[in-house]
Design a protein around this ligand. Structure first.
Ligand code: SAH
Length: 248
């Protein structure tokens, strides 16, 4: 079981697989007013940066579940590196349908709401692991400005304009789903650059090391096309944020 290999190549050097910087991740942790001993569940935990740094900085304990074997291994190494291996556990597996045995204070899915079939389904899934009064975290894209055409939406790597909402609409949709929005931290264009531009050097180095790989042509085409595509489309049209929700 694993994710498509191309992601394991282009994001192999990322600690955060989202348009967030370490500073924004720390801002989010502080904003949530975490207490030592709070339990956090992170579905699609990637390389574990959120759980590991929050364990170090705020004394939380946590469990992460992710389908990428590479990222899960990196998360375990990161926990050792930060001295929090006794506070966090990383499980390699499918997070779809994952419900924790012990209820948690914070249940998160940051940048992978497809695991619950969309935002609504993911909120429902996370709610099953949550203690009363706990917080749900959803990381999700939104349109900074509406793409003028479906073609522009596809150039942002969306399937269609209807994939995402404008920020006020996204916030209103959480209210319609029976949640209060109690905090949010948003990406900005600089933090998007950290996510997207970091892939370019990783791809370049990977190409130099793996010229005969079956994916070399694909990676070469991406490295050539991505900077201009990203600057023209994703960077201008797509926003991203993490939203903290509490059931009403
Ligand atoms: N939350 C992490 C990772 C976000 S990227 C971070 O912010 O860094 C999306 C993640 O979803 C990747 O790590 C990918 O491996 C994982 N993923 C995709 N489908 C999954 C599934 N069905 N179950 C668990 N993880 C999944």
């Amino acid at each position: 079981m694993d994710i498509p290999r191309i992601f394991n190549i282009t994001e192999s050097a990322h600690h955060i697989h989202n348009p967030f910087t370490p500073e924004k991740l720390a801002t989010l942790g502080a904003a949530l007013r975490l207490e030592p001993g709070d339990r956090v569940l992170d579905l699609a935990s990637g390389s574990g940066e959120m759980l590991c740094t929050w364990a170090r900085d705020y004394g939380i304990t946590g469990t992460g579940v992710d389908m990428s074997q590479l990222y899960t291994g990196q998360a375990r190494l990161r926990a050792e590196e930060l001295g929090v291996a006794d506070q966090v556990t990383f499980i390699h597996g499918d997070a779809a349908g994952y419900v924790s045995e012990e209820k948690v204070s914070v249940a998160a899915c940051v940048g992978a709401t497809w695991i619950g079939g969309g935002v609504a389904g993911t909120i429902q899934l996370l709610a099953q692991s949550l203690r009363p009064g706990g917080m749900i975290l959803i990381g999700e894209p939104y349109w900074r400005q509406l793409p003028p055409t479906e073609e522009v939406a596809r150039a942002c790597l969306a399937n269609s304009i209807s994939d995402f909402l404008l920020l006020p609409e996204l916030l209103a949709s959480f209210i319609h789903l029976g949640c209060d929005v109690v905090e949010m931290v948003l990406a900005d264009q600089d933090s998007w650059d950290r996510y997207e531009a970091a892939k370019w050097l990783t791809m370049r180095r990977w190409l130099e090391a793996n010229p005969a790989d079956e994916l070399a042509k694909d990676v070469r085409a991406r490295l050539t096309a991505e900077p201009a595509r990203y600057a023209k489309y994703t960077r201008e049209y797509l926003g991203w944020g993490v939203f903290a929700l509490m059931k009403r």
